[in-house]
Design a protein around this ligand. Structure first.
Ligand code: UDP
Ligand code: MG
Length: 310
């Protein structure tokens, strides 16, 4: 019978991880689905790893992976996918904000032959207006440029082994799992779910972290901002031609353009446009630099597999 691996990235989740495991085990036993849980501790500073260690030493169906420090959720997902041995592999948050019942629905769809099953949010849970609006804007850009509908996308997904292999074969350091899993293609469908409220612990995302996450992923997935730079340059060039003709006409008709204010404005405008463009290009160069360094995406310090320490 086919086995399901469930990857759970965890960062400072001492209040939730045990409960999440218990809930999932109970549910999967009930449904008679053979399973494996892969708990990836993303360098937590609380009791999370000790708890994972305890669970995975007792239960051979639980694998624990411990990072040497915090590498971020995307890295934890990749490590989980690499460790998972199931025929189908699901990824979900370990704070139970992704409803476990939906996991069963996803697994049944996989049994029917779907290879990528995406969890799509019907509501974004409790969030302030600014977050909601900027998330909407970010996903519009991503959808437009990637060609995949990313509105309300989440990291709650179930992938067939083939799709997992394809995701793992992608060499880039900065992975954006939400988009990458669509990018690989395959026969896919969506499952809709409502984001539950977090029962305990707190969200790891500050506004600053979210902004930097958005920028990084736009740069990782599209070159659209560079096209803006070019479009801006063309715009400036056209304006300067118009201004040139205007000044020449004024000059030859006997009134030179009195220009201090105009000059200052044009100068400042061009100056800031150039600096902004350099900033965007610099950001891409920084990402290229990070990719060419070829550092590992994460460093594993311990693995507990089949009830034994590797
Ligand atoms: N997470 C992680 N590494 C991080 C931040 C978060 O592995 O650096 C995990 C976290 O433990 C949780 C999931 O990613 O399982 C989602 O995080 P969170 O609940 O903070 O995000 P939100 O639900 O608020 O978007
Ligand atoms: Mg959460």
């Amino acid at each position: 019978m086919s086995r399901l691996s469930v990857v759970l990235p965890a960062y400072n989740e001492e209040l939730m991880i045990v409960k999440a495991c218990r809930t999932l085990k109970k549910l999967l036993d009930q449904e008679r689905i053979p399973y494996e849980l892969v708990l990836v501790d993303d360098g937590s500073t609380d009791e999370t790893w000790n708890q994972i260690e305890e669970i995975s030493m007792q239960d051979p169906n639980v694998t624990g992976v411990h990072f040497s420090r915090n590498f971020g959720k995307e890295a934890a997902i990749v490590a989980g996918l690499a460790q998972a041995g199931g025929d189908a592999v699901a990824v979900m948050d370990c704070d139970l904000q992704h409803p476990p019942e939906k996991l069963i629905e996803m697994f049944r769809l996989w049994e029917q032959g779907y290879e990528v099953i995406e969890g799509v949010k019907t509501s974004r849970g409790k969030e302030n207006m600014l977050h909601r609006k900027s998330a909407g804007f970010f996903y519009r850009i991503m959808s437009r440029t990637t060609g995949f509908d990313m509105q309300n996308a989440s990291d709650f997904k179930l992938l067939d082994r083939k799709a997992v292999q394809s995701v793992l074969s992608m060499p880039e350091r900065s992975m954006f799992f939400r988009a990458t899993s669509s990018w690989v293609g395959y026969r896919s469908t969506s499952v809709f779910f409502e984001v539950k409220e977090r029962e305990a612990g707190e969200s790891k995302w500050s506004t600053r972290a979210l902004i930097s996450y958005a920028f990084r992923n736009i740069v990782a997935f599209t070159t659209l901002p560079l096209q803006f730079v070019t479009a801006g340059a063309v715009g400036c060039f056209i304006c300067s031609l118009i201004l040139l003709v205007y000044s020449l006409v004024r000059y030859f008709t006997g009134h030179a353009v009195e220009g201090y204010t105009t000059l200052l404005i044009v100068l400042l405008f061009i100056g800031s446009a150039v600096m902004m463009s350099l900033g965007i290009i610099g950001y891409y160069i920084a990402r290229i630099y990070e990719e060419v360094k070829r550092r590992p995406r994460y460093i594993v310090s311990k693995i507990i597999h089949g009830g034994e320490k590797d």
